[in-house]
Design a protein around this ligand. Structure first.
Ligand code: ZN
Length: 301
């Protein structure tokens, strides 16, 4: 199944459901950052969560940044996801590996740490991003995101995220977000029904591993509650907006003296993009051209 995002509603619009498959983009992140098994699961879950959160935004350029700062050995996680279906991200210590947890699963909570903070920044496209912070609950990411949605956005929500990594790489990844919409949030029976359904899910990966499609999973969860699948499927992918031009722009900001120094000492400059791992090499000629640009800008202005 290609990476994709599907939206649905149920209970006459009282429930909003979004599902995302992120198997390929999680593998791409694993390759780009040389992620360990547990780092793949941690970053993969956070990227899936970012796409799910971004999916409810309105303006096409809207983006969500999620930063997870736990006290575990993985360090911080940062992802950037857009309503346009693009996502990128990294972890501070991609090489950290931990033995499986008591359930025999990748120990994401142990790697991230259960103490720390989850920061969510929503940029709605008007230039005034708004952010909120909640304490981590378990560091397993799914619980933490659900807690954020309830605490910060007052929306009863369930989030199920899963990444399965075997010796051959990422074989399945994705997530589901179920939310009780404001008009139905006083309906306690509905909230309870939803909670029990989600609890019965027992994790998302077994469903993905069983090759169930997102519509089939929604059918299983909400089929008897007036499920309506929105027809359009959105493709999602790993994408970083970095470019050689942007790297040159950043180098130009360093100023003439520093650039001259780089030419003499390093015979050029190398820059690595945190988000995607791309390495950019600027030669001495590039740097010399930047100095010429700076000088002509100075004499011209
Ligand atoms: Zn990049």
């Amino acid at each position: 199944m290609v990476d994709q995002l599907i939206r649905a509603t149920a209970a006459d619009g009282g429930i909003r459901a979004v599902g995302v498959i992120t198997t390929r983009l999680t593998q791409e992140a694993r390759n780009r950052h040389k992620l360990s098994y547990v780092a793949t699961a941690a970053l993969g879950r956070t990227m899936a969560a970012g796409l799910l959160l971004a999916s409810s935004m309105k303006r096409p350029e809207s983006r969500v940044n999620i930063r997870v700062n736990g006290n575990g050995p993985l360090g911080g996680i940062l992802i950037d996801a857009g309503l346009d279906g693009t996502v990128r991200g990294y972890v501070d210590h991609p090489e950290v590996e931990l033995p499986p947890n008591a359930k025999g699963k990748l120990d994401v909570g142990g790697a991230v740490g259960a103490e720390g903070y989850l920061y969510v920044v929503r940029d709605v496209g008007y230039g005034y991003p708004y952010s909120s912070t909640v304490e981590l609950v378990t560091g397993e990411i799914g619980d933490d995101i659900a807690h954020y949605l309830v605490a910060s956005e007052q929306t009863p929500s369930a989030v199920v995220l899963g990444v399965f990594v075997g010796a051959e790489g990422v074989t399945s990844a994705g997530g589901i977000l179920l939310q009780v919409m404001p008009k139905a949030s006083h309906d306690e029976a509905l909230v309870e029904t939803l909670e029990s359904r989600v609890a019965a899910l027992a994790g998302f990966t077994p469903l993905l591993q069983a090759n169930l499609t997102l519509p089939a999973i929604f059918e299983q969860l909400l089929g008897d509650m007036g499920l309506e699948l929105l027809s359009e499927t959105q493709l999602v992918r790993f994408h970083c907006g970095c470019s050689f031009d942007r790297v040159l722009g950043a180098l130009r900001m360093l100023g003439e003296e520093e650039l001259q120094d780089m030419i003499e000492k390093d015979n050029g400059a190398e820059a690595t993009c945190h988000f995607c791992g791309e390495v950019y090499q600027a030669s001495s000629d590039h740097l010399a051209q930047l100095i010429v640009d700076l000088q002509s800008a100075k004499s011209g202005g």
